[in-house]
Write a protein that binds this ligand. Structure first.
Ligand code: S3P
Length: 452
């Protein structure tokens, strides 16, 4: 995809059955745990987006054998990782590209070993806060030097770690995971207390690799204890479809008249499906079938049909279970009647871009009423008094894949075409997005806004 812009136009009914690409969170973790383990790990359905490829390259740089065996029958790749039970020192800088999850988890894993490693990333990643992981890793005994404000590039010196009991100041599965991965090689293991439960793929997968992880519910949160002296053993992992990617075709179906779209094999981990609950509250016609367990995770087939949506107030405590889905929820809200109030989402400002600011700007440029708050976003649905969603904007994505996909979906049901810049970035999480959407009938093509 080399076009400088992609353009989405008003489209007829979207119809079809698709498979979402492999879950990004699970793909990163499968490679990292495979590299930390002893022996062979085979991964089926690995997401082959740029973010995950960077983690694969990082694992090779830390000494694991990493090989792509071919394409998986259900999409994604079949990969093999040969771990040696530890990391060795990389001979060059580790470039994690756009991937916040990649760099934070790999830093956590690397901190457990007596090595020096320098990490960097693209302009977006170099602007994101690393202090949130450096603080607990420092308390465990890791050392580093970095740019002001805990920014990349950063050189980490690992080894000699001691136990930590860390209470997360923000609900972040990345920070939790970095501490647990470092804890694998800390004297005394590690303990993390999260006031609000966040995605638990690291805990589940550690168990899949043979580790003991104790999890206790505490109110809305959890206490996770990783006892010391764990040895991971290579295993087989099947990566389910990413609900954060599935969200785009599903919402496209909800807002495009006459549509019916099914996403097969989508991850249904309860800590990841806040969007389905919220869309359900808005009156979306969604159904889930064929629910099954695969590799320790629930998966199922989710069908969305065009629906008359109503605005809702999203419970702030739901945010961790749908934090990456607010951009596309804001698009659904634009087509609803009434206001949709999203609060307690300050974390959105430190993602690949400031997603509150960019969604507010993009929706406003498409003729939607929005109110931006320091930690919130309110969208005034166009269906209130039968207004239409105007569209007709050229949206600046700041290289953020989810901002790009959200606005392209909006363009499918808006009056005038919507253009997004830097569309190549979509491949960080959803390679094949344009082709998949076109297969459903979407009109998305390379195009240049008239005014540019
Ligand atoms: C992720 C956790 C979330 C999420 C990110 C993936 C993970 O970030 O936004 O896309 O795989 O652990 P935070 O931990 O910063 O909330």
């Amino acid at each position: 995809m080399t076009a400088a812009f992609l353009t989405a136009r008003r489209t007829g009914p979207l119809k079809g059955v698709v498979r979402a690409p492999g879950d990004k969170s699970i793909s990163h973790r499968a490679l990292i745990l495979g590299a930390l383990a002893h022996g062979l790990t085979e991964i089926d359905g690995l997401l082959e987006g740029d973010d995950v490829r960077r983690t694969a390259a990082a694992m090779a740089a830390f000494g694991a054998g990493v090989e792509r065996l071919g394409a998986s029958p259900d999409g994604g790749g079949r990969w093999r990782v040969e771990g040696h039970g530890g990391f060795s020192e990389p001979v060059d800088v580790v470039d994690c590209g756009n991937a916040g999850t990649g760099v934070r988890l790999v830093m956590g894993a690397a901190a457990g070993f007596d090595l020096v490693a320098t990490f960097t990333g693209d302009a977006s990643l170099r602007g994101r806060p690393m202090n949130r992981v450096l603080k607990p890793l420092g308390e465990m005994g890791a050392r580093w030097i970095c740019r002001a404000g805990g920014r990349l590039p950063l050189t980490l010196k690992g080894g000699g770690l001691k136990r930590i009991a860390y209470r997360l100041p923000e609900p972040s599965a990345q920070v939790k995971s970095a501490v647990l991965l470092a804890g694998l090689h800390a004297e005394g293991g590690a303990e993390v207390i999260e006031p609000e439960a966040t995605r638990d793929h690291t805990e589940r997968m550690l168990r899949g690799f043979g580790a003991e992880v104790q999890v206790t519910e505490e109110g809305t949160g959890r206490r996770i204890v990783l006892p010391p002296g764990q040895a991971l053993k290579g295993t087989r992992i099947v990566v389910p479809g990413d609900p954060s990617s599935a969200a785009f075709p599903l919402v496209a179906a909800l807002i495009t008249p006459g549509s019916e779209v099914t996403v097969r094999g989508m991850l249904l981990n309860p800590l990841r499906i806040g969007l389905l609950d919220t869309l359900g509250d808005m009156g979306a016609d969604l159904s889930v079938a064929n629910v099954r367990e695969e590799g320790g995770e629930l998966v199922g087939d989710v069908t969305a049909r065009h629906s008359e949506l109503e605005g809702v107030e999203v419970p702030p405590e739901r945010a961790p279970s749908m934090i990456d889905e607010y951009p596309i929820l804001a698009v659904a809200a634009a087509f609803a009647s009434g206001r949709t109030v999203m609060r307690g989402i300050g974390e959105m400002r430190v993602k690949e871009s400031d997603r509150i600011a960019l969604m507010a700007a993009g929706l406003a440029a498409c003729g939607i009423g929005v109110e931006e708050e320091p930690e919130g976003l309110i969208v005034v649905g166009a269906k209130r008094s039968n207004h239409l969603v105007a569209g007709g904007a050229a949206v600046t994505t700041h290289g953020d894949h989810r901002i790009a996909m959200a606005h392209l979906v909006l363009g499918l049901a808006a009056e005038a075409p919507v253009h997004v810049d830097e569309p190549g970035m979509i491949a960080t999480s959803f390679p094949g997005f344009v082709e998949l959407m076109r297969g459903l009938g979407a009109e998305i093509a390379a195009g240049q806004p008239a005014a540019v």
